[in-house]
Ligand binder design. Structure first.
Ligand SMILES: Nc1ncnc2c1ncn2[C@@H]1O[C@H](COP(=O)(O)OP(=O)(O)OP(=O)(O)O)[C@@H](O)[C@H]1O
Ligand SMILES: [Mg+2]
Length: 354
């Protein structure tokens, strides 16, 4: 996941509610990207539960459908993991050389990760402080469960593609933001990607990430609440929350349910932001940047603005991406909010390894 040169990969985001694919072409130095392909295929909610693949066949079919719906040919893909199977920690260790670091990392990791080191893939990056110098150096340590990596990469292989890079949602989210916006070194922003079952939070100061967290909340909470209150199916609840007509059920019945879940989601995000503030004194978050399919929930943006008292902006994953021929602006508008992770992944390159 720490990155090198090479060809852009196909960004494949296997979310629990939908598979998203983005293919980009880099236009040359400083000229940004062009969007070559974009696809979204919905996935049944029982296929992936709490980030665990429960029905691999269904996920493979959906990935294949997403590729074939838009005739996407690229075969080398970047995927990402999130949730409990990934641990990201900034650790401080006595400064050592690059070679020594490779040896000490597994030992250091043992203290910081709640899994057996044998069961994880480790990646790391020195954040600051010269290798071999005096004192301590900060290292970003990432540990991902091998069985989870294996579950996701084998879905990709079974769908006939090569999983070349395994990234992490919060890093792909940050990458998407940095591709599309200028960053001001003194300003801290919270990027909040609200999916179906998970909300990824990445806090950046300039281009430095200073905090990462996946929270187990998302759009499914709306479906559950609507389902229970109005005695409906998941699919009916899904349509209602998107503002679609269902069996003449008046919106007045749905709006208060959505508003109360907006409150709940806001409170969960606030817990994370408060935790960040308590553990990182002196940092002030100036803007909230929201993304993810659930960022389109009616009035969620306003509710977050009121709660946090700071501007809430929608992340446009194509802010600096030219939309290629054959991709309708309707499609971009319709699914743009859901593809930030896929866009961040599509800018990764072969040779970026973990
Ligand atoms: N127009 C819309 N209005 C309201 N909610 C929407 C809309 N479009 C999508 N959603 C919701 O957004 C969620 C999907 O977003 P996204 O694609 O970012 O999640 P995911 O990657 O599948 O999920 P996760 O990352 O949590 O596994 C679903 O809960 C879906 O119902
Ligand atoms: Mg997602």
């Amino acid at each position: 996941m720490f990155f090198s040169k090479g060809k852009n990969l196909v960004g494949l985001d296997i979310g629990s509610s939908a598979v998203k694919i983005v293919e980009l072409k880099e236009l040359g130095k400083g000229r940004g990207y062009q969007l070559l392909n974009l696809a979204l295929e919905r996935l049944s909610p029982e296929a992936i539960v709490d980030g665990a693949i429960m029905d691999a066949g269904l996920v493979v079919d959906t990935v294949q459908r997403a590729f074939s719906a838009r005739k996407i040919k690229g075969s080398d893909v970047a995927i990402a993991l999130s949730g409990h199977s990934v641990i990201i920690k900034k650790i401080s260790i006595p400064a050592t050389s690059e070679e020594e670091l490779a040896e000490v990392i597994p030992w250091e990791a043992e203290q910081y990760i709640p899994f057996d080191v044998q069961d994880v893939n480790l990646a790391y990056q020195v954040l600051k402080g010269a290798s071999g110098g005096e004192g301590n150096m900060d290292v970003l340590l990432v540990a991902a469960k091998k069985d989870k990596i294996n579950d996701y990469t084998s879905v990709v292989s079974q769908a006939g593609r090569n999983p070349v890079v395994v990234d992490v949602d919060v890093f792909a989210l940050q990458n998407c933001y940095e591709m599309n916006y200028d960053t001001d070194p003194g300003v801290a922003r919270a990027l909040v990607n609200i999916g179906a079952s998970t909300t990824n939070v990445a806090i950046l100061k300039g281009t430095t990430s200073i905090f990462w967290r996946d929270i187990s909340v998302g759009g499914n909470h709306y479906n559950d609440a609507i389902r229970k209150e109005l005695n409906l199916s998941f699919e009916q609840a899904e349509s209602l929350k998107r503002g679609e007509e269902v069996d003449g059920i008046p919106v007045e019945n749905v709006n208060p349910i959505i508003a109360s879940v907006n409150d709940f989601i806001g409170a969960e995000i606030q817990k994370t932001i408060d935790f960040f503030k308590n553990t990182t004194p002196g940092e002030n978050i100036e803007t909230l940047v929201i993304a993810g399919g659930s960022s389109r929930i009616p009035h969620l943006r306003e509710a977050l603005g009121e709660r946090f008292g700071i501007p809430v902006e929608a992340l446009n994953p194509f802010n600096r991406v030219q939309i290629g021929k054959g991709i309708s602006s309707d499609m971009v508008d319709e699914i743009g909010s859901s593809v930030s992770i896929a866009v961040g992944l599509a800018a990764r390159r072969a040779g970026d390894t973990r």
